[in-house]
Design a binder for this molecule. Structure first.
Ligand code: PLP
Length: 427
């Protein structure tokens, strides 16, 4: 039943039925949080054997004999570089192992470029105007970084094959104040989209007007598949950029945050030799080395990328029923009503829902009244402003499948009620 085709009388009747449902739910005093895109504790349990890798009798030496308990080895131990290179389908000489968070690595990269410049170019703090491209909806914390550094953030619409590349090329190739673009190329946050081969090749073949333009390729969900038989795959951006004669235009980031322990994993930057030399020259002033004991612990535990692949199947087994519970309620309650659309991702951490225009904020508010917390509407856009006020990010990972089902039953009532009110206002 398409809500848009209902008569005014039918809509008024439906509205009062939905209001009754709303009041009934209110009496139940539900409290559930669908905003947190973090692993549930049952997922953290999967990685507990990491603690058994070392004890006080263990030798904590890397394969080249380096004592990992001591200072040194700024760019990471060789076996950790190999492990992360294999995860990213690149080679160890492109890797710098960073600290416990890829977001931290991205922030530092922007900060270094701002205060000290990129590979000898003018530091961004001395530029009159700075712009950054923001494929949206996207990851709110990316946008917070470039907002903090005073960039003008430009919304680039997302499509199922990646950002609108005509627009990306137009900006990057003609405007030297455009210094970068945020990308989550696989199972994007929040839509779960994966960039197509054509999109990636177009990225590699950009002809930036600014010599210090860089693609910030945040491959956070590279191994985070939900289904064994449906894996999205992407081209290796680093070799594509090399083939295109553009080896320096990309910084790739990833971490083991949602593989082992968020905040206690290892992260890395993968990029060209030029960029690595530039980063290391500046980083060496900031730190002597990152946590090599943790690097070695991760390598000893996983052994190789195949170990990570097997480990991720256990995460998928926990996450899949939560995504399925979410999608089932959306399908059963909203399909065919023409009041919202959603994406069924093959991996990642989110389900992205688009309401009728101008409804997202009201839906999130109504959910809150009923005890359901959602990520604030607008959070997935630069400056927290969704021009259509329609995108809502649903994070199924933290609740149980049953809780997710219950939370979504409340969500759909709110979507229906706000949508009926909107359609009625136009009659
Ligand atoms: N990048 C994306 C796209 C994310 O969704 C997240 C966390 O949700 C992060 C980075 C954070 O990664 P880390 O824990 O390595 O800082």
């Amino acid at each position: 039943m398409d809500y848009n085709k209902l008569s005014k009388d039918e809509l008024i009747k439906l509205k009062s039925e939905l209001e009754k449902q709303f009041d009934d739910i209110k009496k139940k005093n539900i409290k559930l949080d669908m905003s947190r895109g973090k692993p549930a504790s049952s997922q953290l349990d999967i990685s507990m054997p990491l603690f058994d890798v070392f004890n006080s009798k263990s030798e904590i030496n890397s394969e080249n004999g380096f004592d990992c308990r001591n200072y040194g080895v700024l760019d990471g131990i060789p076996e950790a570089k190999k492990l992360m290179a294999d995860v990213l389908n690149t080679t160890p000489e492109h890797i710098l192992i960073y600290g416990n968070s890829s977001l931290n690595a991205m922030y530092d990269q922007i900060s270094r470029s701002y205060s000290l410049g990129v590979c000898g170019n003018t530091p961004w703090c001395k530029c009159d105007k700075l712009k950054f491209l923001c494929p949206s909806p996207g990851y709110d914390r990316h946008f917070s970084i470039t907002e903090q550094f005073g960039f003008e953030m430009i919304v680039i619409p997302m499509t199922p094959t990646g950002p609108d590349m005509d627009l990306v090329e137009k900006y990057v190739n003609s405007d030297e104040t455009v210094k970068g673009i945020w990308c989550v190329p696989k199972y994007s946050n929040p839509q779960g989209y994966t960039y197509s081969e054509e999109t990636i090749k177009r990225f590699a073949n950009l002809k930036p007007a600014a010599k210090d333009f860089r693609i910030y390729w945040d491959n956070a969900y590279q191994v985070h598949h939900l289904y064994e038989d449906k894996h999205d795959e992407i081209l290796d951006i680093i070799s594509e950029c090399e083939k295109a004669g553009n080896p320096d235009i990309v910084y790739e980031f990833t971490s083991t945050s949602k593989i082992t322990f968020p905040g206690s994993g290892i992260s890395c930057i993968a990029t060209s030799k030029n960029n690595l030399d530039d980063i290391k020259k500046k980083l060496t002033v900031q730190t002597i080395s990152h946590d090599k004991i943790n690097q070695l612990r991760h390598v000893k535990y996983f052994k190789d990328a195949n170990g990570i692949k097997e480990h991720m199947k256990k995460h998928a087994n926990v996450l899949r029923p939560k995504f399925e519970a979410t999608l089932k309620v959306l399908d059963e309650e909203l399909k065919g009503k023409n009041i919202g659309s959603w994406i069924e991702p093959n991996g990642g951490y989110f389900i992205s829902f688009d309401s009728l225009e101008g409804c997202a904020k009201k839906i999130v508010e109504k959910c809150k009244e009923l005890g359901i917390t959602l990520t604030n509407a607008g959070a997935t856009f630069p400056y927290k402003k969704d021009p259509k006020d329609s995108n809502i990010r649903i994070a199924p990972s933290y609740l149980t499948p049953n809780e997710m089902h219950d939370a979504m039953e409340v969500f759909v009532v709110c979507v229906k009620l706000v949508s009926v009110e909107k359609i009625l206002s136009t009659k």
